[in-house]
Design a protein around this ligand. Structure first.
Ligand SMILES: Cc1ncc(COP(=O)(O)O)c(C=O)c1O
Length: 437
């Protein structure tokens, strides 16, 4: 079996240092390599394999669609695209809205911004985002993102993007004394920024409503606060649901935790949309935005907008979430996981904060001192202890994801309860080993 080691430029690493096994198969929460080593996936790869690996119904739908029709551009109609658009609008409660299909999350965010600007009649309207966030790695998405790894590559102002401080309650940039206060002040910071620019020149606020790669889980009052303020100023609210949707945060879409008080004007999807069986992204626009866009020329497109194979996978994925009650399952297991992680926090001085748990997504933040909250390594560096933890776990067949000082727990929603509790018990032991080293 040949390795990709000397031929592929891998992402988010020094390619010459890349060294990883060749994966040849998977099932449920597991995948395995060419040498027969099995790995329990505690991050759904990049928080995208929500349905587990090789979900039989999704694989079947792809095969059947491949037999019928692999591809047709969006100049023509096709059944899987129509069905999936209807299903997404129905799940979101976006009656009379419209869906624009993309290939992944970054192009979905770029298009959501394009559409918000067009619908507001502000071709260069300001977009307000957060200084700690992740929206993708294309140039415009690097400008939207507050990501310490890429901020030197792009000047957000050149993209008419203004970034504001984040609702990071554990290290609140507004020096708040409670989560709720941090949420309030973070919303006020968005309001101030809109007012400074002038609401008539701001097209949209683009933010992650819950889970995000940068490890922020906002306080409960944050998203409804943003909804309220965007509406009161006539600015669109875009929810980047690329990671947080399809059960990851215990709802179809994370904003649904707040009901109508959290309903955005546009939302972007990818990852769990097909459970990562094929690449697919989407922008879902509500009726108001759809009405403004549908009678204008849309000067945009992607060759693979709504690729039939990907849409067939998306439709099978939606059915699987429904039939297997995976959204509810994620909410239940996520709650139990949070309880266990909080117990570990009581036990280990190394664990400064635990957040999330609305579904199977939680963040553990490691510190060198729980009182001063001194980070184990300066953000965004990953401390050597965590790199070693990941290696040790892999050698024992468990794949954990880490970012900086954060351990991000986001297993497939189909993970067996026993597998989850064993993995958390294993993590407990690995953290004990770091503490006693
Ligand atoms: C919240 C969020 N938005 C956007 C993206 C970008 O998606 P993609 O990598 O599919 O372009 C990601 C990817 O991790 C994400 O987590």
């Amino acid at each position: 079996m040949i390795s990709e080691r000397n031929s592929v430029l891998h992402s988010w690493c020094v390619p010459a240092q890349w060294q990883a096994p060749t994966i040849v198969g998977g099932r449920g929460a597991h995948f395995w390599d060419a040498d027969g080593h099995d790995y329990l996936d505690m991050s759904s790869l990049s928080e995208c394999s929500n349905l587990g690996h090789q979900h039989p119904a999704v694989v079947k739908a792809i095969l059947e669609q491949a037999e019928r029709l692999c591809f047709i551009t969006s100049a023509w109609g096709t059944q899987p695209r129509a069905e999936l658009a209807e299903a997404l609008l129905e799940k979101a409660g976006f009656e009379h809205g419209r869906v624009f299909f993309t290939v992944a999350g970054a192009d979905a965010n770029e298009h959501a911004v394009k559409f918000a600007r067009q619908a507001r009649g502000l071709a260069h309207g300001w977009i307000i985002t957060r200084d700690r966030s992740y929206h993708g790695a294309s140039y415009a998405c690097m400008a939207f993102s507050g990501d310490a790894r890429t901020h030197h590559q792009v000047d957000p102002e050149l993209y008419a993007v203004a970034q504001v401080a984040s609702p990071y309650a554990y290290r609140c940039p507004f020096a708040s004394s409670s989560e709720i206060e941090c949420g309030q002040r973070a919303v006020a910071a968005v309001a101030d920024e809109i007012d400074r620019k002038g609401a008539e020149s701001v097209a949209a606020v683009l933010m992650e409503p819950n889970a995000g790669t940068n490890g922020i889980v906002p306080p409960d009052n944050y998203w409804p606060g943003l909804r309220e303020l965007a509406r009161s100023r006539g600015v669109f609210l875009i929810a980047d649901e690329v990671m947080s949707a399809f059960g990851r945060c215990g709802e179809w879409f994370a904003w649904q935790r707040y009901g109508d008080a959290g309903k955005p004007d546009l939302m972007t999807l990818a990852k769990g949309l097909t459970g990562a069986h094929l690449p697919l992204g989407a922008v879902v626009a509500n009726e108001n935005v759809a009405r403004r866009l549908e009678t204008q020329m849309l000067f945009t497109g992607l060759t693979y907008c709504g690729h039939p194979l990907a849409c067939a996978a998306g439709m099978a994925a939606v059915r699987a979430y429904e039939d297997e009650e995976l959204i509810e399952r994620s909410r239940r297991l996520g709650g139990a996981m949070l309880v266990e992680l909080k117990r570990l926090q009581q036990k280990h001085r190394l664990i400064g904060d635990v957040r999330g748990g609305h579904g199977l997504f939680a963040v553990m933040e490691l510190v060198s001192d729980p009182v001063s909250r001194a980070p184990l390594a300066p953000w965004p560096q990953t401390p050597p202890q965590l790199t070693a933890l990941v290696q040790k776990a892999l050698a024992r067949g468990v794949s954990f994801a880490v970012r900086g000082n954060l351990i991000i727990l986001a297993p497939p929603l189909v993970i067996e309860e026993r597998e989850l509790s064993d993995a958390l018990a294993f993590l407990d032991r690995l953290i004990s080993e770091i503490e006693s080293a």
